[in-house]
Ligand binder design. Structure first.
Ligand SMILES: Cc1cc2nc3c(=O)[nH]c(=O)nc-3n(C[C@H](O)[C@H](O)[C@H](O)COP(=O)(O)OP(=O)(O)OC[C@H]3O[C@@H](n4cnc5c(N)ncnc54)[C@H](O)[C@@H]3O)c2cc1C
Length: 406
């Protein structure tokens, strides 16, 4: 069994190192920063959504079809229940939220990383922190080592798991994209995914305002391109929260896309209109704004009224049919200001990366350079929020480690 070098100690690299060591390889894990699993530590708001519950087919359905096809074999090789076992075997209790997301029950992301660290130590992986890799060394189409931390680390089996390029302060600065392009790989253009959106001219006073359980929709070229139901949060420069992350990839891919909020996704236009008709009949002296404030956050209600061009002082008895229909239209499709930017650096993942056509999905071997294995976010894979991205990173890492050791 030979020497395996793994570059990058995130979710994918740690699993690659563990699996290769388990199979008897002597493994060196090179990490640029002074700690392992930095992105795991900040994942799920510090709680770490470890993976997603359900059958592997259900999990795979959350990905785009070409990505699902690529990770299918790896996900069956190292499915969600095995990921969970990695932690529960070491005493971590987990629980599954009603929406299928699996989290530590009492612990945090720190405990998840603590267990991975413990496992690396027990597997006798030679972990080298503060050792940034500069280059992958290749001779005659075969990997021969890595240049890192000012010296060469010879090996004919190298796993590259350096992640993407969002949250650059955590260590992921897109180094892998540069090296792999130089080695002849196609890098599918790197774009924001699961990212906040900056809007033109958002009112900073709205910052911190949360809209609960709404449907955010994106349209482009006269058709709907994405929708996501959950919460939306106004920020200083735009919007964030699960709904925004959920549609950000499609918005980034369609410049000029417009956004609207369905504030009452469970009610049809007609039933919402009937509500306002009945309310006006029963409370002729009440202000429209008061009723809106009962159903929407206080700070948001005047905005909806203004968007419908209904004067703030209008009472039910003055509320015309035209105004009522306009208000219902606004409540079902509240228009947001134009998109300025989908913020790549603040994305939980990036879309794009090494073209999946150039990597063997059964082994994670590069089809262009022998002895080179690629896994995790450096590949052109980006799943939705919900534990899907760690699933993809853990599973592709596991398979890369297995192949590198073999
Ligand atoms: C705020 C946030 C919250 C998230 N929440 C979740 C969640 O709850 N559930 C989920 O499934 N996913 C979540 N994700 C996504 C998930 O963290 C990533 O998909 C996953 O970490 C990717 O794993 P990776 O191993 O490919 O890359 P990374 O985890 O990014 O690891 C790459 C490693 O390589 C190192 N590295 C980079 N360049 C070099 C170099 N030149 N030399 C040596 N080392 C290098 C980096 O320092 C890093 O340690 C979240 C991401 C963020 C940013």
């Amino acid at each position: 069994m030979g020497e395996v070098i793994v570059v990058g100690a995130g979710a994918a690299g740690i699993l690659a190192a563990l699996r290769a060591a388990e199979l008897g390889a002597s493994v060196t894990l090179l990490e640029k920063t002074n700690r392992i699993g930095t992105k795991i530590l900040i994942s799920g708001g510090g709680k770490c959504n470890i993976c997603h519950d359900g059958t592997m087919e259900d999990v795979l359905r959350a990905f785009r079809p070409n990505e699902a096809r690529f990770i299918r074999a790896a996900c069956y090789r190292f499915p969600n229940r095995e990921i969970v076992r990695l932690f529960t075997d070491r005493g971590l209790e987990v629980y599954t939220r009603p929406n299928g997301r699996i989290f530590p029950a009492h612990g945090t992301a720190k405990d998840v990383v603590g267990i991975l660290r413990e496992r690396l130590d027990q597997a006798k992986v030679n972990l080298r922190l503060d050792t940034p890799a500069e280059r992958i060394l290749v001779e005659d189409g075969h990997v021969v080592g890595v240049r890192a931390g000012g010296r060469e680390w010879p090996s004919r089996h190298v796993v590259v798991s350096v992640g993407g390029s969002s949250y650059p302060t955590t260590g992921t600065t897109g180094d892998g994209f540069r090296w792999l392009r130089e080695l002849g790989h196609t890098i599918v253009s790197v774009r924001a995914a699961l990212a906040p959106i900056y809007l033109e001219g958002t009112d900073p006073e709205l910052s911190g305002l949360a809209l609960r359980d709404i449907m955010l929709k994106a349209r482009a070229g006269g058709r709907e391109i994405a929708r996501w139901r959950d919460d939306l949060l106004y920020t200083h420069r735009g919007i964030s929260g699960p709904t925004v992350l959920g549609i950000s990839r499609e918005v980034g891919e369609h410049p000029g896309a417009t956004l609207e909020i369905d504030l009452f996704p469970d009610l049809s236009f007609e039933s919402l209109r009937d509500h306002w008709v009945a309310w006006a009949r029963e409370h002729p002296r009440q202000m429209v704004l008061t009723e809106l404030e009962r159903r929407l956050p206080d700070r948001f209600a005047p905005l909806a009224l203004a968007a419908a061009e209904v004067p703030a002082t209008t009472v039910a008895a003055q509320f015309t049919q035209k105004q009522r229909n306009r208000l219902v239209e606004v409540l079902k499709a509240f228009p947001l200001p134009p998109v300025r930017l989908v913020v790549l650096e603040k994305g939980e993942v990036v879309a794009g990366g090494v073209s999946l056509d150039e990597v063997d999905p059964q082994t994670m071997r590069s089809k262009l350079v022998s002895g080179l294995y690629l896994c995790g976010e450096v590949l052109d894979i980006a799943g939705p929020v919900g534990g899907y991205n760690l699933q993809a990173a853990f599973a592709t890492g596991y398979v890369a480690g297995e192949s590198a050791a073999g």
